[in-house]
Design a protein around this ligand. Structure first.
Ligand SMILES: Nc1ncnc2c1ncn2[C@@H]1O[C@H](COP(=O)(O)OP(=O)(O)OP(=O)(O)O)[C@@H](O)[C@H]1O
Ligand SMILES: [Mg+2]
Length: 343
């Protein structure tokens, strides 16, 4: 189902929490709401599910307006971070719960539960009690219970944030697989940018009750609309220069700047697009931090510091060390210019 949110406004205790938010999630799409703590991500999910009153705006599922509909009529399901399973009950009873409410016949429930447990890789766990399971297993049960509802929209509020990185990646991949197979329109709330980039068709980056940018992972990473978005997705270097006749020129790099008007700009260069090379002496390697497969490097010339990331093996093979002089090259994957910031 397609979800369309138009000019949503939510005020809680006199504070405007969501400020004219508009967002469309296409049928079968998985999008992430990404943003710092308190920016309004959970409030968005609760508004869609009907768990809080909205002040203004429309929420439509396909063509139907749902903002005044009772929560249970909307067919939306939220999986919260704390999962809200019944600890003393069995896995089977937990997953059956929404089906009981819908009066699905018992025999059919059993079939569905068996299949769901296979899908979430917990085959045969029907009789296990929730309190006897690991955190990762509980999450799988919560996911199975959410899917048992056949939700119109699946809303996931940081369900993996309590897991270690390996399990989180595994759960993320499992959710993505099941969501794609079943073509469930899904909104995932996270403040982990890696998780958002890995899992989403599109990412809505939120700040302070509104959406800064809504785009595909590659688009939002390579073409952030402003510095705030760029900063959210990791460290950035900026090179000052000038655009004239769609050509960017600076002390360090010249490149085509299609679509940009003449003026002063700063070119965004991500750390992986800064190459330190053995030939040359333009910069000093001021600091080098070994991180296993990669190294972090601080490179200093007479004007500015550049932050670079590179493959350890390449840096090692080139004989580059802390304190040494080196050359520098810039190879941005895409050209992203921001108008120069006035002091
Ligand atoms: N019931 C409430 N009454 C008043 N203010 C609230 C209420 N619920 C949330 N808020 C406030 O609304 C803002 C947004 O909260 P929300 O839970 O949507 O943030 P979030 O983006 O999900 O953050 P987190 O990543 O920490 O979960 C916060 O400033 C919070 O204090
Ligand atoms: Mg939240």
């Amino acid at each position: 189902m397609e979800l369309k949110i138009e000019n949503l406004e939510v005020t809680l205790q006199k504070n405007k929490i969501l400020n004219r938010v508009s967002l469309t999630v296409k049928s079968g799409e998985l999008i992430s709401l990404l943003g710092a703590s308190g920016c309004g991500k959970s409030t968005m999910l609760k508004s869609i599910a009907g768990l809080l009153d909205i002040e203004k705006g429309r929420i439509c599922l396909d063509a139907k307006e749902i903002q005044n509909m009772a929560p249970e009529k909307r067919g939306t399901v939220i999986v919260f971070q704390d999962l809200r399973l019944f600890p003393h009950m069995t896995v089977e009873k937990n997953i059956a719960f929404p089906m009981e409410l819908k009066k699905v016949p018992k025999a059919r429930q059993k079939e569905i539960i068996k299949k769901l447990l296979e899908d979430v890789q917990l085959p045969g766990f029907e009789k296990r009690k929730i309190k006897e399971m690991s955190g990762g297993q509980m999450q799988r049960v919560a996911l199975a219970r959410a899917l048992a509802c056949e939700p119109s929209i699946l809303l996931l509020d940081e369900p993996f944030s309590g897991l270690d990185e390996k399990l989180r990646l595994e759960m993320g991949a499992l959710v993505r697989k099941l969501q794609k197979e079943r073509k469930i329109t899904t909104i995932l709330v996270t403040h982990d940018k890696k998780e958002a980039l890995q899992m989403s068709d599109r990412i809505a980056l939120m700040s302070n009750g509104h959406i800064l940018q809504y785009a595909s992972p590659t688009e939002i990473f390579q073409h952030p609309e402003n510095r705030q978005v760029a900063a959210y997705f990791g460290k950035a270097n900026y090179i000052e220069g000038t655009v004239q006749k769609e050509q960017f020129d600076s002390d360090y790099i010249s490149c085509e700047a299609k679509g940009y008007a003449d003026g002063k700009y700063e070119l965004l260069v991500r750390p992986f697009d800064v190459k330190v090379i053995a030939e040359g002496s333009a910069v000093e390697i001021r600091e080098m931090t070994y991180l296993g497969e990669t190294v972090d490097l601080y490179l200093q010339d007479e004007k500015q510091t550049f932050y670079a990331q590179d493959i350890s093996a390449r840096i090692h093979a080139a004989g580059l060390m802390e304190g040494a002089k080196a050359g520098i090259e810039f190879a941005p994957e895409s050209i992203c210019l921001f108008p120069e910031e006035k002091e």
